[in-house]
Design a protein around this ligand. Structure first.
Ligand code: DGY
Length: 320
């Protein structure tokens, strides 16, 4: 039986399936692995089931490494040094598809929450500061009829566009390095524009759905935030480093844009302290895929990748 080390707790049902199929080492107290623990895992297991909290850096792929596959639990794989993995012939897999809808739901939640000031209102009510209904109380921004700009029209970007257009009557504009399929643009009555700089000034809401590549580091910086409408909102459920978090904090402080909804941060679990004091930002702790159904499906997707890999086949979600 191949030996598999799992770096975090997974839904119990999936840990059971894993334990039936492999010689599994579980992380019973769910602590985040230290670098030394990752190094030990690399030397002692055939497979490492990692997550976004494990920095799989180049030095781990040393001559002592026994690991043949990093089967990551999550769609993003920016925490793994893919080049080193390729160089050392280590397979890397992720878990796409199964988390698309829940992540799009969370992006829509943030969009609605910052437009309608629900988090701010909840804080006010819990503090005991609500004095009753009045026509000017916590007046937000209408969503229907507004323009949503999607940066990255992959699976999650399209799923959000569907919710926003068909469910909330929003107009969709988008930017992607690739041509979006004409039938998708037609279905969404959407317009694809040629550049981010063309896209940003058009939008009432901007939602990020691109990967955290080196090219996308601080894609949304002070200048790009400055190109947005003063009344616009920024939503990020993709990855923290895509946004210059301090620049965003400054822009929200000076009300250069109306607000933001964030699920991801540059240095998780830390957040730029200034953001915590602002009412015009909704902050949630990396919850995009956090439903039981999706987390179980992600786990089973990892199991399928491991099964196929150890059967000598091509794992379905190979990233290397
Ligand atoms: C994902 O699937 O990429 C989530 O953000 C967790 O890593």
């Amino acid at each position: 039986m191949p030996k598999v080390i799992v770096t975090r707790r997974w839904p119990e049902s999936v840990e059971t399936v894993l334990s039936e199929k492999f010689e599994v080492v579980l992380n019973v107290d769910d602590h985040a692995f230290s670098h030394a623990e990752l190094a030990l895992a690399f030397e002692s297991a055939d497979a490492l089931c990692a997550t976004v909290t494990d920095a799989i850096s180049s030095d781990l792929f040393g001559p002592e490494a026994r690991v043949k596959i990093i089967a990551s639990f999550g769609v993003g794989f920016d925490h793994v040094d893919l080049e080193s993995a390729r160089e050392h012939g280590v397979a890397v897999t992720n878990t796409p598809d199964v988390l698309t809808d829940c992540t799009a739901d969370l992006a829509m939640t943030l969009l609605l929450s910052c437009a309608r000031r629900t988090a701010e209102g909840e804080r006010e009510l819990r503090r005991g500061d609500w004095t009753g209904w009045c026509p000017t109380h916590l007046v937000g921004s209408r969503v229907w009829g507004k323009t949503l700009a999607i940066v990255g029209m992959g699976r999650i970007g399209v799923a959000l566009a569907r919710r926003a257009h068909h469910g909330f009557g929003m107009r969709i504009v988008c930017f992607d390095l690739y041509d979006v399929a004409p039938d998708i643009l037609r279905e969404l009555d959407a317009q694809q524009v040629a550049s981010l700089d063309e896209l940003l000034p058009m939008a009432d809401f901007v939602s990020l759905h691109c990967p955290a590549t080196a090219d996308n580091h601080h894609l949304i910086n002070a200048a790009r935030i400055g190109a947005m409408k003063r009344t616009a909102f920024l939503i990020n459920t993709a990855r923290g480093p895509i946004v210059d978090e301090q620049a965003l904090c400054d822009a929200l402080t000076s009300q250069r844009i109306a607000g933001a909804g964030l699920d991801v941060y540059e240095a998780e679990p830390n957040v730029v302290p200034g953001l915590l004091k602002l009412d015009n930002v909704v902050l949630v702790p990396h919850l995009g895929s956090a439903t039981l159904e999706t987390r179980e499906a992600m786990g089973l997707r990892v199991v399928e990748n491991l099964d196929r890999f150890f059967a000598g086949e091509h794992p379905p979600d190979l990233c290397t």
